[in-house]
Design a protein around this ligand. Structure first.
Ligand SMILES: Cc1ncc(COP(=O)(O)O)c(C=O)c1O
Length: 459
């Protein structure tokens, strides 16, 4: 098939995610990809594109990584998949042991699913069910339909996925507004704006300025917890709210929010689907917050961007609530056909091998510094605001009232061989960890070119 035929066949049959398909007529192109290697995707004209967004934040060690390929091929010759109820396999067992060993001791049980949103559904359902089992006043109040309060708390600007439960606890209007009538009861905690001087404020003890920054959110949270008896859990993305515009928050906030919830016997769910596996600078963001949630959801980078897999970790106390001779209302009867897929688990074990043998987190510190130095070249543009960075995420806003300005940048970047995918007016750089200095230089020189050409037509 020629490139043109591929495009025609695609548009005849495929409805792409997160896309107004009409935009492919003229606003931005659809690009069939022929192959990929390292940070590059190649189209059918052999044009190369740097994957500046790690293909929706999943790719850690490059496309067609030789080591992950090898481990995947080895797994293919023995077991591709088997039912995970009543059966198990070595890759999932090894992966679970290794994840638990890397996380706080109490996170000791792994429940697998097959994508980020599904992990959020698992965490919400498990938390709700655990509260029913733990708290008889709660279950009675539901039986008698007393109160019609909220069950979940989440943060302004949060994003936890787009299945209905996950969307209920998300706060990105673009994805949520239309479906509001279908959603679960959730209350959004107001949040202050992102921190841009993260390094300064977060490496030292919280000062009065930082405490004041979060005061309103934390007091709103506390008074909500005080006045409601039906709240099951607070869910949050620790340190970076990614799809909400790469909003960076201090460990102080996460820590205080968790402390308050636990004071009021409310569970805390950390969604590290996007920031886990080194993206925040540490292996898991919770390490920088020095706290342990009741539930932790992981996905995306877990397989290095190879195959869909997710997991929710929880503690023995919660597990024990469900552990009893069979009764329907005590078992957690949630399932997905591809739960614990052996190929995906083999990739995840390969990803952990790479972390363990190649000093990735230390190397990333240097890379992240190099990205930050390069990013300073953008400060000269008056319309670039709020340049910020945390770990392997660097972001800024375009000061424009035109909310589709990002699309113009997206198209210009494609011409120069960069895949950027702005979130509204937020432009971010979140590359695979194997990106090298020369490639980083190319990205920022190209961005300067794009912005120089745009300067004249700014609004
Ligand atoms: C923090 C967070 N949670 C959940 C999800 C949903 O994951 P998935 O797209 O695999 O359903 C995402 C996806 O971007 C995310 O960033």
């Amino acid at each position: 098939m020629t490139k043109q035929q591929l495009l025609e066949q695609d548009l005849a049959h495929i409805w792409h995610p997160c896309t107004q398909m009409h935009d492919h007529q003229s606003t931005f192109p659809l690009i069939p990809i022929k192959r990929a290697k390292g940070v590059y995707l190649y189209d059918f004209d052999e044009k190369q594109y740097i994957d500046c967004i790690s293909s929706w934040w999943v790719n850690l060690f490059g496309h067609c990584n030789e080591y992950i390929n090898q481990k995947l091929q080895e797994q293919l010759s023995s077991l591709e998949h088997c039912i995970f109820a009543g059966f198990s396999h070595k890759q999932a067992i090894t992966l679970s042991q290794r994840l638990c060993a890397k996380l706080p001791k109490s996170l000791n049980k792994c429940f697998y699913a097959d994508n980020g949103s599904s992990a959020i559904e698992v965490a919400l359902k498990m938390a709700f069910h655990a509260k029913l089992l733990r708290d008889s006043a709660f279950s009675k109040s539901l039986e008698h339909n007393q109160e019609s309060g909220t069950f979940f708390l989440s943060l302004q600007n949060s994003y936890h996925g787009e299945s209905l439960g996950a969307l209920s606890v998300s706060d990105v209007g673009l994805y949520k507004r239309t479906y509001e009538p279908l959603l679960l009861r959730n209350l959004t905690i107001p949040m202050p704006h992102t921190l841009s001087d993260y390094q300064e404020v977060c490496t030292t003890a919280p000062d009065s300025k930082l405490i004041a920054h979060y005061e309103q959110s934390l007091s709103f949270l506390e008074s909500t917890l005080k006045h409601s008896t039906q709240i099951v859990a607070l869910i949050l993305e620790p340190l970076i709210q990614c799809a909400g515009g790469m909003q960076i928050h201090a460990p102080y906030f996460v820590k205080e929010a968790l402390r308050l919830c636990h004071e009021y016997n409310v569970y805390v769910i950390f969604d590290e689907i996007a920031v886990g596996f080194g993206r925040s600078g540490s292996m898991f963001a919770l390490e920088q917050c020095s706290v342990t949630p009741d539930f932790l959801a992981l996905s995306k980078g877990i397989t290095g961007g190879y195959l869909p897999l997710s997991v929710v970790l929880t503690n023995d106390q919660i597990y024990e609530l469900f552990y009893a001779p069979y009764q329907e209302n005590k078992a957690f009867l949630h399932s997905h056909s591809y739960t614990g897929n052996a190929l995906a688990c083999a990739c995840a074990n390969a990803v952990l091998d790479i972390f363990e043998t190649q000093n990735i987190l230390e190397t990333n510190k240097h890379k992240s510094r190099y990205i930050w130095q390069n990013a300073q070249s953008l400060q000269k543009f008056a319309f670039i605001k709020n340049l910020r960075q945390m770990g392997m995420v660097c972001a800024f806003e375009l000061d424009s009232i035109n909310t589709r300005k990002g699309i113009e940048i997206y198209n210009k970047a494609l011409e120069l061989g960069l895949i950027l995918r702005p979130l509204g007016n937020t432009i971010y750089f979140m590359p695979p960890f194997i990106i090298n200095n020369e490639q980083i230089d190319y990205v920022f020189v190209s961005l300067q070119k794009i912005f120089e050409n745009l300067s004249g037509s700014w609004e």
